[in-house]
Design a protein around this ligand. Structure first.
Ligand code: SAM
Length: 254
């Protein structure tokens, strides 16, 4: 592993961080007046930093040490090596390639919304399950969850995470078509993106039982109007909205 060392704080260099990730950085950490960006191999970067080769374990250890529990009340998302004493409901998620470690605003918005909307015993569809985190949270709240994802590589990770948490949601490869025969659902939770929600809005209505609710996130604030319009067009009524940073969650009922 190689580290690209830049003079300055993470705050001062904030504008550069997305560029470093776009060019393949695996992680970026602040170290005593410097920012260290880890890459699998050195490359030509125009930002005035210096390259240094570091042992693989150093990088992994720094990454594990810096990964913090993520609070999304009533949940806390923990890596398997975290200890937690608080009253929150723990969700133990192995950080891997699948999205959904609780460190993104949209996952936290969805977790909090699940806790507000899910009643025990309800059938939940987690569309785009990734690490399985939302299906696992739904089960912990007493729901019966099905998680689907078009990416088959995430499903073994979702299964393993469910086992870690002692719950048994079902996971299937695919999208709404795979889930529809298992419906109708009382609650749909989906952390995707605005344009896809707008396109799928009429199918969301098909997936939900009368009185069902859709909790939709992955939506940048400025893209929310298109999703609201599509949901209204599909016969949904607005229930509530919550924002974190530049992201929003829309809750609609049918
Ligand atoms: N649910 C997790 C969370 O909230 O943290 C993961 C969300 S991640 C942003 C989106 C996931 O949706 C990815 O795992 C991706 O493979 C999956 N996905 C993207 N398009 C999809 C589609 N049309 N149908 C089902 N899953 C999809």
């Amino acid at each position: 592993m190689w580290v690209y060392r830049l003079k300055g704080t993470a705050e001062a260099l904030e504008a550069l961080l997305p560029e470093l990730f776009e060019r393949g950085a695996r992680g970026v950490w602040e170290r005593e007046g410097e920012v260290w960006a880890y890459f699998p191999a050195p490359l030509d970067l125009p930002f005035g930093g210096v390259w240094e080769e570091v042992p693989e374990e150093d990088w992994l250890e720094a990454w594990r040490r810096d990964l913090r529990p993520a609070l999304a009340p009533p949940f806390v998302v923990l890596a398997p090596w975290h200890a937690w004493e608080g009253p929150e409901i723990p969700l133990v998620i192995e950080p891997g390639m699948a999205f959904g470690t609780g460190h993104h605003e949209t996952t936290r918005l969805a977790l909090r919304a699940l806790a507000r909307h899910l009643r025990p015993g309800e059938k939940v569809l987690d569309l785009g399950t990734g690490s399985g985190i939302l299906a696992i949270a739904a089960e912990k709240l007493g729901g019966k969850a099905l998680g689907v994802d078009i990416d088959p590589t995430v499903l073994p990770q979702a299964e393993a995470n469910a086992q870690r948490n002692g719950v048994r949601p079902r996971f299937l490869e695919g999208s709404l078509e795979a889930a529809l025969p298992q419906g109708p659902f009382d609650l749909l939770v989906a952390n995707l993106y605005a344009e896809l929600h707008a396109e799928l809005a009429p199918r969301y209505a098909e997936a939900l039982a009368p009185g069902g609710r859709a909790l939709l996130t992955g939506i940048l604030k400025e893209r929310a109007p298109g999703v609201r319009e599509a949901l209204a067009g599909a016969g949904f009524r607005p229930l509530e909205e919550e924002a974190e940073g530049e992201w929003v969650l829309l809750a609609y009922g049918r």
